[in-house]
Structures are given as structure tokens and as C-alpha cells.
Design a protein around this ligand. Structure first.
Ligand code: MSP
Length: 671
């Protein structure tokens, strides 16, 4: 099997780790654990981005030196990953000497070569333009919104005017487009690829790759008056950590134009990874990463995470202390299809913990172990072969396991961990149903065929299979399950084969005492947690059954109470409502309320103009699945033919898009 190399972005150390960082890292950790279990040689890298103006300013604000400052924050990152059980193989810092020497080498190598148009790859010039220190990125005037950075509206935009080295990126646009076209899995998900393609087709500019107005960085070889642009420096980590030219490099970076690295990133930094980085690698003559996967952003109770809203700055360590590490992992991996934006709601987290984890998984283990204690003296039963019993007691679970063993890897190859978990939990639910169907309590009273030992043995094999399937996603739970079942924990390190069913637990081996995997939170605890994490702002019914039903709510002020005259079902059915996915979005020039959206409705794509620009940015809507009126008469808005309409809830000063609560194929009918 091919070696597997997965990376997270290296995190800026001007900020302590928060939920957004933890998300990317947990997904990458899961992919790495899965690849290891499948027997692939695996390398999982994370680290920290420590140079640049942003960090230099943060150090100055903390009245310390940049080096002392970064050393302090790096410790927080390391500790967080360690306590979250993240199994990274290496941790790269851009202040590591091994990194600095590689960046110097990379610069020199690029500078020695020529671009496809025959001009030198790097030349000295002069830069003048707006720069956002938050993004560490140059902007054009047109990209700013009201003179501010769209990502960091709280930060002052600086106008930089200084000598600078430039990378001749403009000359690489054609090669980059060819590469994107040739390898459809180079940029994922598809809707992000479209975004990059239209950006590159619009023409690439040369990239300013050095700064002179501060010194916290790696000096430009031969011109120490300049420091190397922090993004060139940072992107190089993916190679510097492997050690260019070593066996590790050859194994994991790969050869040819299509290398092996899978870069997991947030959608905010797609352009750096899908345009700057590959063109730099082309200029240096190095293989490109296999895949750049840009995931969506988490909001917290509907709000963007931001330093000015402390309630949105979730500390991952405190979160896992309160809710348990695997509840958090499960929620993050399962709740949102990887790629899309999601809202982190504590109510939904508690709901998943209660239903999927407690009622389905925890209950399955608990009841099966209790049965083995009661009817098999707490030991894995010995089974006498009997084809008829085997057919009823073992075969259905072997089949259910086989389906999961085969389908989960497909979802993981597509980088769809939420689908993979969905599949595993189908098995869990099927297993609970199987326990009911086998009526073990009645069998214990009346069992002419002597089927009970085989039935109980089948339960234990099922628990064991599920523990193994879950190990990459929820390693602590898998270990706790293994300890209770009394199974060999080394089985958790190997992805099962369907033919393992029936051979995983050892007849006669003692099983452990059942202990709840996900203890149920009582009413007080639930309310206390919600109050703590949501600042006391607990909506009605948030604690599930723990709260009394609230009296009917008054309509929020401004909501219309007048219901329109009745329509018949036939009249309603004349509307063709469908689920559509936004595949691209842009602002309509000179119309501050309008976005132009391209919507995929399965059979075709449609252009529509939507009045949502004051509540949603184009980046925010791309990828969303929305409810779409497909048979609305087309109309021209600002010269654009708008063919259809998306549905949204509109209250005074507030707008919310209508969506479906799980992924469905584009074009699915809504009734
Ligand atoms: N230092 C750069 C990356 C350089 S990689 C060569 C950087 N660092 S960062 O600290 O700002 O972290 C960015 C990453 O954190 C995002 O790309 C994303 O992976 C993750 N997230 C930060 N906030 C997030 C959310 N609110 N939601 C999900 N992930 C987010 O950019």
C-alpha cells in the first residue's frame, strides 16, 4: 500500500489553541490513525508558524522578545495536542534550524531557475499596496470591503511601500490550470476547485515574497536586509519537516509531478495552498501535493469565532474536560459533512452524546456484557458448531460488519469521515436490533437448541468489531471497550477484515465489568454545562427531556403574525422546490445587497441573484446546500438573468438561509 502523508496547517502562535485549530488537527489525526490501521506507512505532521509581522507585533504587545514569546505559546499547542491524544509523528516549528536551512535552500533553488516565459523566477522590485497583518497578505483595493480586510475587519489595514523581491507567479498560471484539470483530486471539495480555477483564469500577478520593514523572519539569501515572506516560509514546513533528500522525504513527499501529501486546511487559506504553494514547488522542480482539502468554518452558536467575542473562543482542553474527549471528537467528525461550514451548538453536542453515543453505542456494550455476566459466568462462551444457530445468531452480524469494513474505507478515501461514522453507527443500530431479535432473556429460560452460547458469543464478536472500526475515530472509547470486552487491545491497531468475525474474542477468556462509556448527564449537570458554555442563555427545551415544555412562545418582535389565505396541496405542489448546492458566488458590482450565485441542482447549474450580501459573504455561501425554487419565472436583475430563487428567513435586521439538515444529492425534491 502507498505511504500516506497528512498535514495540518501550522498554526500562528499569536493565538492560543481554540476549537477551530482542534478541528483540523482531530480530522488529520483520524485520517492518520485510519491509514496506520490499514497498514500504510504513515506520517502525520502538525506544527507552528512563528515568523512574520503578526507574531513580531504580538511579542511587542506582550513586552517580550519574539523568541521568548513564541516559545511560550508553542508549549500551549504541544500540551493541547498531547492532552487531546493527537498522535502526530512530528511537530515542526518555523524557528527550527532544520526548517530555516530548508527555506534558505528553497529560495536559492527557485532563484536559480527561470519561469516558463524564460524570465528569472525571482526579481527585485518595489511594492506598494494594502497589507493585512492578520492574514499576512497583500490585498488589492478592490478586494477590501469598505477599506477593511474581509477576514479581519477589526484590524487596521496598512499600506506597505517598500522594496521587495517578487516571485514570477504570473508565468505559472497555465501550468497550474493544466495540473488542476489533469488531477481532479488536487483541490477538494469540487466547489473549492471551481473557486481556484476562476481565480487563476482571471490571471495571476507576481507575488511579493520579501519584506524589509521588520526583521522577525528568515533573511533572504545574499540580501539580509530583506526577510522572506512569511507564507513562503510557512508553506515550506511540509517539506522541511521530512528532511529534503532523506528517505523519509522520498517516501512521503513522493516523486513526479503528483506527490503524496494530503494537506488538510481551512477554506480561509485555500489560495496560499492551491496557488502559491504549487507554483513555488513547480519553480523549484519538486512534486506537488496530491490533495489540498479545504474544510469549512465552525461558528459557535451562530457567531463567527472572534477575539472580540470571548464566548466563541472555545478552549478545546476545557471542552473535553467537561464533555469527554470522544464526545467532542465524535461530534466534530460526525455532525458536519467534511468541507462544509457548521455551527457548534452545545445542545446538538449533548443530543449526539445522549442518542448516538449513550443510547446506541454505550447501551449496546452495556447490555451485551451484562448478559454475558448473567448467563455465561462472565466468560467468552465456548460454542458448539450448529449451522442453523450460526445462521441466525452470527451470520447477520458478520454481514453487517462486512458492509462497514468495506464501505468505511471508501468514505475515508473520499475524505468523508462523517459518512464513515454514519456507516459504523448503522452497524451499531443494527446490532442493537439484533440483540432484541435474539431474545436472549427468553432463551435463557427456554433454549431447546442450546443456542444461547452462540448468541452471546456473536454479541461479543460484534462489540469487538465495532471497537476496531471506531478506533481511528474515537481511540479512547475503543480502548475502554476493549478493556471491558477483555479483547486483545492490539486488534485495535489493525483495520478488521470481514473474515475476522468469529475469531476475535477467545472462548473462556474473562470479560470485564460493564461500565457506562458515556455516562448520562443528569438534569442539573446538563443545565450547569449549558449555562457555563452559553453564558446562561439557554433556549427553551435545550436540555432535552430534562426541562419542562415551555408554554407556546410569543412571536419574536417584528415577526409577522398574519397567515396568508389557504392554498390547496395541489397549488403548493406547483412549486418545484429542490436542494441546490452553491458552487460559486460573487458580489454584484455596485449593488451592496446582491450576490450572484451559481447553483447546482443536479441536472444543471443555474445563476441566481440573491439579496443576501449584507448577511453573507461569497466565501460563506459557497458549498452550502440550500432550498431552491426551480420553476420560478426567470427575471433580469442588474442585467443578470436570475433563474430561480433561494429561500431564506427574513426578520428585521436578520437573515438566515434555509438549508437541509443533512447532505442529500443536489436536485433532491423538497416537499
Ligand atoms: N499560519 C497559517 C497557516 C500556515 S500553513 C502553511 C494560519 N494559521 S492559523 O492559526 O490562523 O490557523 C488557521 C487554521 O485553523 C485554518 O485554516 C483552519 O484550519 C483552522 N481554523 C481556525 N479557525 C477556524 C474555525 N472557526 N473553524 C474551523 N477551522 C478554523 O492560517
Amino acid at each position: 500500500m502507498e505511504p500516506f502523508y497528512v498535514t495540518t496547517p501550522i498554526y500562528y502562535v499569536n493565538d492560543v489553541p481554540h476549537l477551530g485549530h482542534a478541528y483540523t488537527t482531530i480530522v488529520a489525526d483520524t485520517l492518520a490513525r485510519f491509514a496506520r490501521a490499514r497498514g500504510r506507512r504513515t506520517f502525520f505532521l502538525t506544527g507552528t508558524d512563528e515568523h512574520g509581522q503578526k507574531i513580531a507585533e504580538a511579542a511587542r504587545n506582550a513586552s517580550t522578545t519574539p523568541q521568548a514569546f513564541v516559545d511560550g505559546v508553542v508549549a500551549r499547542f504541544r500540551e493541547t495536542w498531547q492532552q487531546l491524544g493527537i498522535a502526530n509523528d512530528d511537530f515542526i516549528r518555523t524557528t527550527d534550524p532544520r526548517h530555516e536551512s530548508f527555506v534558505t535552500w528553497l529560495w536559492t533553488r527557485i532563484a536559480e531557475g527561470r519561469a516558463p516565459d524564460g524570465e528569472p523566477n525571482i526579481y527585485l522590485g518595489h511594492y506598494e499596496g494594502p497589507y493585512c497583518v492578520g492574514c499576512e497578505r497583500f490585498y488589492t483595493e478592490g478586494e477590501l470591503e469598505n477599506g477593511r480586510c474581509p477576514q479581519h475587519p477589526d484590524r487596521e489595514i496598512k499600506v506597505v511601500k517598500e522594496p521587495s523581491y517578487f516571485f514570477r507567479m504570473s508565468a505559472y498560471a497555465g501550468r497550474l490550470l493544466n495540473h488542476i484539470e489533469r488531477y481532479p483530486d488536487f483541490i477538494l471539495p469540487d466547489y473549492r476547485r471551481n473557486e481556484v480555477v476562476s481565480f487563476v483564469r482571471g490571471g495571476l500577478k507576481d507575488l511579493s515574497i520579501s519584506r524589509t520593514s521588520f526583521s522577525w523572519g528568515i533573511p533572504v539569501p545574499g540580501d539580509p536586509f530583506h526577510v522572506i515572506y512569511v507564507w513562503l516560509d510557512a508553506l515550506a514546513n511540509y517539506v522541511s519537516a521530512l528532511g529534503y533528500g532523506t528517505e523519509r522525504y522520498t517516501t512521503f513527499w513522493g516523486e513526479g509531478e503528483r506527490g503524496r501529501a494530503i494537506h488538510i486546511i481551512g477554506k480561509d487559506i485555500l489560495r496560499f495552498h492551491a496557488v502559491y504553494w504549487p507554483t513555488m514547488l513547480m519553480a523549484a522542480g519538486l512534486p506537488l501535493p496530491r490533495t489540498v482539502f479545504a474544510h469549512g468554518w465552525w461558528t459557535v452558536r451562530g457567531q463567527k469565532m472572534s477575539k472580540s467575542l470571548p464566548a466563541t473562543r472555545i478552549d478545546p482542553l476545557e471542552l473535553v474536560r467537561d464533555f469527554g474527549i470522544d464526545t467532542v471528537r465524535y461530534f466534530l467528525l460526525r455532525e458536519i459533512p467534511f468541507g462544509l461550514d457548521g455551527d457548534f451548538s452545545f445542545e446538538k453536542l449533548l443530543e449526539r452524546q445522549k442518542s448516538d453515543l449513550g443510547n446506541d453505542l454505550g447501551n449496546l456494550l452495556n447490555r451485551t456484557l451484562a448478559l454475558v455476566h448473567k448467563f455465561a459466568r462472565g466468560q467468552v462462551p465456548h460454542v458448539t458448531p450448529n449451522a442453523a444457530v450460526e445462521q441466525r445468531a452470527i451470520a447477520p452480524m458478520r454481514e453487517a460488519m462486512q458492509a462497514a469494513v468495506q464501505e468505511v474505507p471508501r468514505f475515508m478515501e473520499d475524505l468523508a469521515p462523517s459518512r464513515a461514522l454514519e456507516k459504523i453507527f448503522e452497524f451499531v443500530r443494527r446490532a442493537n436490533q439484533h440483540v432484541d431479535e435474539m431474545v436472549p432473556w427468553s432463551l435463557a429460560k427456554h433454549d431447546p437448541e442450546g443456542a444461547l452460547p452462540a448468541v452471546l458469543f456473536g454479541f461479543l464478536e460484534t462489540d469487538c468489531s465495532i471497537a476496531r472500526l471506531l478506533a481511528p475515530f474515537m481511540p479512547s472509547t475503543a480502548r475502554a471497550m476493549a478493556a471491558q470486552i477483555g479483547m486483545d487491545p492490539s486488534l485495535l491497531e489493525k483495520w478488521p477484515e470481514a473474515s475476522d468475525f468469529g475469531k476475535q474474542v477467545k472462548p473462556g477468556a474473562p470479560i470485564g465489568q460493564p461500565e457506562p462509556l458515556f455516562p448520562r448527564f443528569d438534569k442539573e449537570r446538563t443545565l450547569a454545562l449549558l449555562a457555563k458554555w452559553t453564558g446562561g442563555d439557554v433556549p427553551a427545551g435545550a436540555a432535552g427531556q430534562a426541562t419542562k415544555p415551555e408554554p407556546a412562545q410569543k412571536p419574536a418582535s417584528g415577526a409577522s403574525t398574519d397567515v396568508l389565505p389557504e392554498v390547496t396541496i395541489e397549488e403548493f405542489q406547483r412549486l418545484d422546490l429542490r436542494v441546490g448546492r452553491v458552487v460559486s458566488a460573487s458580489r454584484v458590482p455596485k449593488a451592496d445587497k446582491l450576490l450572484k450565485l451559481t447553483i447546482d441542482i443536479g441536472t444543471e447549474t443555474r445563476e441566481v441573484v440573491a439579496g443576501i450580501a449584507q448577511s453573507y459573504s461569497p466565501e460563506e455561501v459557497v458549498g452550502k446546500q440550500l432550498i431552491f425554487v426551480a420553476n420560478l419565472k426567470p427575471t433580469k436583475i442588474r442585467g443578470i438573468l436570475s433563474s430561480g430563487m433561494i429561500l431564506a428567513a427574513n426578520a428585521p435586521g436578520m437573515l438566515a438561509l434555509s438549508a437541509v439538515d443533512r447532505e442529500v444529492p443536489a436536485g433532491t425534491k423538497v416537499r
